[in-house]
Design a protein around this ligand. Structure first.
Ligand code: GUN
Ligand code: ZN
Length: 427
């Protein structure tokens, strides 16, 4: 018999609480029933216990939440996290391109990919949309490591024919490598593919056009790139593409703006871009720790709300300074504050789980622990540090959740489960 159950305090925010006041689902004493890695039932223990009386049940001390979904992160950059001194364009040249050049070695890619996925699990993250490098085998390395861990990972070879020596492909090689990767990995494990031009400045017009063709040819792949992150970057895009109405319009002209498009950052968006994002169904992976670290600015949550943009949260490691989606949610609150907007803690949890899952088109599989979904979850310990224990003692649920977001990090993750199996545990 493969039925198993987990008993404990449970919190799920399956829909955006801004749109649905009943979106917060909470059980002080809940039961999650799992079969073959999938959720069979979730609810109050008192309601479900009788029906599942014979199911082997594990009591989990801590707050059970859906596994986090990191909507934008770079695995090859993990060892260059915390690189001092530059804003985006100089930081790429000085720190990041040299680090990515090392991925010419498949053995190096394998070693980093495993460490990266283990770090995600240590932080309660079970799904992610991930930048690899220009090397096709960097995707093979990540996907093979994800297969062995059963994780839900979406990635793609980076397209960058205008990149520096050692990191430049060509429109033709990018196209054939991407086609081959899609064919090689389609339907395997819990993996997905994203056509991944680095950003407008590192691809020729011919390569951006080819990316549009790849996206059009494969209805099941995402488009993943960067957008309007840094003022100097935006000025350079304006100089190279004077005919485009704005940065987003550059991508639009090559057929790269649609419901399957995920743009990282969008810190500096004209209203025209927001209107077009909303109309097309494209979304933004908001990356507050990165934006603060690189001095890029603060995402405008008020503008995003006014235009009804689809948003999720990303760490953007290595520009981001933490793998923790809890901490990223806390930094999103602080970024919102900087622009006079108040981010609700339940909404921040939604963005870090089901919201990011919706952005990545995997919300039918993960993010809300609904029956039929994959049983990926994290167990949070709101007493993980002496200060957290003091701050959360006797506090309300929303207060505890907010404290976890502001004060929490990897120390706050007691355990991480993937497909109903314990994938990482602090003890
Ligand atoms: N824009 C183009 N490449 C990158 C990258 O690697 N990181 C960030 N944060 N922005 C980018
Ligand atoms: Zn990035």
């Amino acid at each position: 018999m493969s039925l198993r159950a987990f008993r404990g305090e449970m919190l799920v925010v399956a829909r955006d609480p801004r749109d649905d006041p009943d979106a917060v689902q909470y059980q002080a004493d809940g039961l999650l029933v799992v079969e073959q890695g999938l959720v069979v039932a979730r609810g109050a223990y008192a309601d479900l216990a009788a029906r599942h009386a014979t199911v082997p049940t594990v009591a989990l001390p801590g707050l059970i939440v859906p596994g986090f979904v990191d909507a934008h992160v770079h695995y090859p950059q993990m060892d260059r996290i915390a690189a001092h001194g530059e804003q985006l364009l100089d930081w790429l040249e000085r720190h990041i391109f040299p680090a990515e050049q090392a991925f010419a070695s498949r053995a190096h890619a394998d070693q980093v990919a495993g460490a990266f996925l283990d770090e995600l699990l240590r932080n309660g993250t079970t799904s992610a949309l991930v930048f690899a490098t220009v090397h096709d085998h960097s995707v093979d390395a990540l996907f093979e490591a994800a297969l062995t861990r059963q994780m839900r990972i979406i990635s793609g070879k980076v397209l960058m024919d205008l990149g520096p020596a050692g990191l430049a492909d060509t429109p033709a090689s990018a196209r054939s490598d991407t086609e081959a990767l899609i064919a090689r990995w389609r339907g395997r494990g819990r993996l997905g593919y994203a056509v991944t031009p680095r950003f407008a400045l590192t691809s020729s017009d011919a390569q951006l056009e080819s990316a549009g063709h790849l996206l059009a040819a494969h209805g099941d792949v995402l488009l993943h790139t960067h957008l309007a992150e840094n003022r100097r970057e935006i000025d350079a895009v304006g100089e190279r593409f004077p005919e485009a109405a704005d940065y987003l319009d550059v991508y639009d002209r090559f057929g790269l703006v649609g419901a399957r498009s995920v743009f990282a950052h969008g810190v500096h968006l004209p209203d025209r871009s927001c209107a077009r994002l909303a109309q097309s169904g494209a979304g933004i992976a908001v990356c507050p720790s990165s934006n603060l670290f690189l001095g890029s600015g603060f995402f405008d949550f008020g503008q995003a709300e006014a235009f009804g943009l689809r948003t999720g949260l990303g760490t953007d490691v290595g520009a981001g300074t933490t793998f923790s989606m809890l901490r990223t949610a806390g930094l999103a609150y602080q970024a919102a504050q900087a622009r006079g907007h108040r981010l609700d803690p339940f909404r921040a949890l939604y963005l870090a789980t089901a919201g990011s899952a919706a952005l990545l088109h995997i919300a039918d599989r993960v993010g809300a622990l609904e029956p039929g979904q994959e049983a990926d979850f994290a167990v949070l310990d709101d007493r993980a540090t002496p200060l957290l224990a003091r701050r959360t003692a006797g506090a309300s649920l929303v207060d505890r959740l907010f404290a976890l977001q502001i004060l929490g990090d990897d120390r706050t993750i007691a355990a991480t489960y993937v497909m109903g199996e314990r994938a990482w545990s602090r003890t």
